[in-house]
Design a protein around this ligand. Structure first.
Ligand code: FES
Ligand code: FES
Length: 166
């Protein structure tokens, strides 16, 4: 099959590649770039495990062809930590608040939470639950994920974190 040339930015680096027109962005990221943080849970746009940040929006990368992402600026979970390896506050928060168990949903969940907090730095619990409603978790029951996002929001806004009563 004829391949198309694409050029995009992934985690701050310019990437040039040849892709088949049928290649999904998630497969391009995982198989051609070796970025295996974004996971494949369903490939039918239900689970959110493949979520990446694309031009300032949370996008399920199994719903986009790689050729459609040409010219885009993409951030995956691999691009969340600082260059010196220090974790993003959301990553710290998921660790501190036990926001993961098996970890399968976590890259998509953190990437989604990143955009949620960019759009709304101080979300209510309901806004967090609505904001992550496109990301499924089979393990945690969501409570600690919500708590982790509340914790990160507080730390990033410089306000004290007060744990809500369960
Ligand atoms: S793998 Fe993309 S939404 Fe499930
Ligand atoms: S921690 Fe296992 S699916 Fe979310």
């Amino acid at each position: 099959m004829a391949k198309s040339q694409i050029s995009l930015t992934v985690n701050g680096k310019t990437v040039e590649a040849l892709v088949e027109p049928r290649t999904l962005l998630i497969h391009f990221l995982r198989e051609q770039l070796g970025l295996t943080g974004p996971h494949i849970g369903c490939e039918t746009s239900h689970c959110g495990a493949c979520t990446v940040d694309l031009d300032g929006k949370s996008v399920k990368s199994c719903t986009v062809f790689a050729v459609q992402a040409s010219g885009a600026d993409i951030r995956t979970i691999e691009g969340m930590a600082a260059a010196d390896g220090s974790l993003h506050m959301l990553q710290e928060a998921f660790r501190e608040m036990h926001g993961l168990q098996c970890g399968f949903c976590t890259p998509g969940m953190i990437t989604r939470a990143y955009r949620l907090l960019q759009e709304n730095p101080n979300p209510t619990e309901d806004e967090i639950r609505m904001g992550i409603s496109g990301n499924l978790c089979r393990c945690t029951g969501y409570q600690n994920i919500v708590k982790a996002i509340q914790y990160a929001a507080a730390k990033m806004s410089g306000v004290p974190f007060r744990e809500a009563a369960e």
